[in-house]
Design a protein around this ligand. Structure first.
Ligand SMILES: [Zn+2]
Length: 494
């Protein structure tokens, strides 16, 4: 069995016993043939007795053919001649790493890029900011990393945790990814999941005084003020510093899980709602997102957000939605897609890699239909698999969450479905991953079952109970007091 994940679309076996010639550098030697008839990322690889030949139309086609050839050669000479016809089902084959909840070093990120390259994934989405940490150096706003990159404790340890990437380090990550044919999408999350920024610059929130970088996870209430024009300026400044670093065309600006607790109390936000004639806060937020998307477009970028929970019809049709579910039912998604919205499929079930193995099982991943019934398939840009790290404190834990699931997901993103020999190939793929520095043993361990699986779910749900509800309540009581005080002051001034 060839040690290939994803498995190629079609393999023809011939006679003869080929010997793959190897060069001085230890890499297989092959002939490159340009073939304009092949699809953009596709390739045709022939391994015969006389020669090894790789046909492709583009550099990425050659790259994927070479990945396949190297994997085959690493297992020795094939037993028969092979002709492999291969091309991906989806253009967008993404993996998201959340570096905000826990900080991952540059080396760890590069190691994960190596894993991606061998699985033919082509988009790395870095979730760079959230309530629990701001991870990107912004020269105009140094407090974002002096204060916003550090929290007093985490769920696992009662000690300070944090870190951030300098702009130079991010450039090195991007160029490392580009050398492996992988695009990098930065995500700066607005206006929710914004506590780390508010902790650094309280004036960005509606009532930012006393806000601290979040220590627990869940949905926090210290979001960006929608009625303060300085917030839009801040966002534009931040994005402008990122343009020379993240040179690919896609930018993610978050947009999910925005509670309106603060807006209701904030005179600026209420005035903005009135000015727009908006019926609810989701509409105000949609206008806010449109303004940032327009700025990105002026700078040659395409905007991605998480899907809107309640479609308001306001977000610009050019904004790409990353479908993670939230409160959006599949029927509403289909309606949105058929009205012209492009979508990346990342449903929490079954594609969130942090969820327990007993919830997002291999079977659920294999069986999930990536094109919802009735949706225009051409509007599905592709698939993306997120690893949220609220419960993933280090690289070793990350790898336990990734493998074997990400292997199966990569196979789906490339082939459109899973090939029946997956489990066998997956165990054997362990050597490929350990050669790239993975901490797993020789074989990829299969997911825990029975009692172990049950304990996995129980542990996850116990942690979920800790979703910051109590810290939110305490903080809300403080903010209500400040709001009342301000209203009183305004009345006295009158
Ligand atoms: Zn406000």
């Amino acid at each position: 069995m060839l040690p290939l994940i994803p498995y190629p679309q079609r393999i023809e076996e011939g006679d003869g016993s080929p010997e793959i010639a190897v060069g001085k550098d230890g890499e297989p030697v092959f002939g490159r043939v340009k073939s304009d008839f092949l699809p953009e990322e596709g390739y045709e690889l022939f391994i015969g007795e006389e020669r090894t030949e790789l046909k492709a139309a583009t550099e990425s086609g050659y790259r994927y053919g070479e990945v396949t050839l190297n994997l085959i050669a690493s297992a020795g000479n094939p037993s028969t001649e092979l002709r492999i016809h291969d091309k991906p089902r989806y253009r967008w084959r993404g993996y998201m790493l959340d570096v905000s909840r826990y900080f991952f070093s540059v080396d760890d990120v590069m190691k994960q890029i190596d894993f991606m390259a061998v699985m033919k994934l082509n988009v790395l989405h870095l979730h760079l900011t959230d309530d629990q940490g701001w991870r990107v150096e912004i020269k105009k706003y140094p407090r974002l990393t002096e204060i916003g990159a550090w929290r007093r404790r985490t769920l696992f340890r009662l000690k300070r945790h944090g870190g951030y990437y300098t702009q130079e380090e991010l450039k090195s990550i991007v160029s490392y990814a580009h050398e492996r044919g992988i695009k990098v999408v930065p995500e700066i999350e607005f206006p929710g999941h914004f506590t780390a920024a508010v902790a650094a610059y309280p004036e960005l929130g509606c009532y930012g005084e006393g806000a601290r970088v979040a220590e627990t996870f869940g949905i926090k209430h210290d979001v960006a003020c929608l009625g303060n024009p300085a917030v839009i300026d801040f966002i534009k400044d931040v994005l402008s510093e990122l343009f020379p670093i993240f040179t690919d065309e896609y930018y993610h600006i978050g947009g999910d899980e925005v509670p309106a607790v603060r807006y209701e109390l904030c005179p600026k936000c209420r005035a903005e709602k009135e000015r727009l004639g908006a019926g609810n806060w989701a509409e105000v937020q949609a206008h806010f997102v449109n303004e940032i998307a327009a700025f990105l477009k002026e700078n040659g970028k395409k905007t991605i957000t998480w899907n809107e929970t309640e479609p308001t019809g306001i977000p610009d049709k050019e904004i790409i939605w990353q479908y993670w579910q939230g409160g959006l039912k599949e029927e509403a998604l289909v309606k949105e897609i058929n009205a012209g919205r492009t979508v990346i499929m990342s449903p929490a079930k079954p594609y969130y890699l942090d969820l327990p193995y007993s919830e997002n099982t291999l079977q659920a991943i294999a069986e999930y239909k990536d094109v919802p019934e009735g949706a225009d398939p051409d509007r599905i840009l592709g698939l993306e698999f997120p690893l949220w790290t609220e419960l993933v404190p280090d690289e070793e834990t990350a790898e336990r969450r990734l493998f074997p699931r990400l292997l199966l997901m990569a196979e789906k993103a490339w082939r459109g479905e899973c090939e029946s020999s997956f489990l066998y190939r997956c165990e054997e793929f362990g050597k490929v991953l350990t050669d790239l520095g993975a901490t797993i043993k020789k074989k990829v361990p299969l997911p825990p079952k029975g009692l172990k699986g049950l304990l996995d779910v129980m542990w996850f749900n116990r942690c979920r109970l800790y979703w910051g509800a109590i810290p939110n309540l305490i903080r809300n009581a403080k903010v209500a007091k400040i709001a009342k005080q301000r209203i009183k002051e305004t009345e006295n001034e009158k």
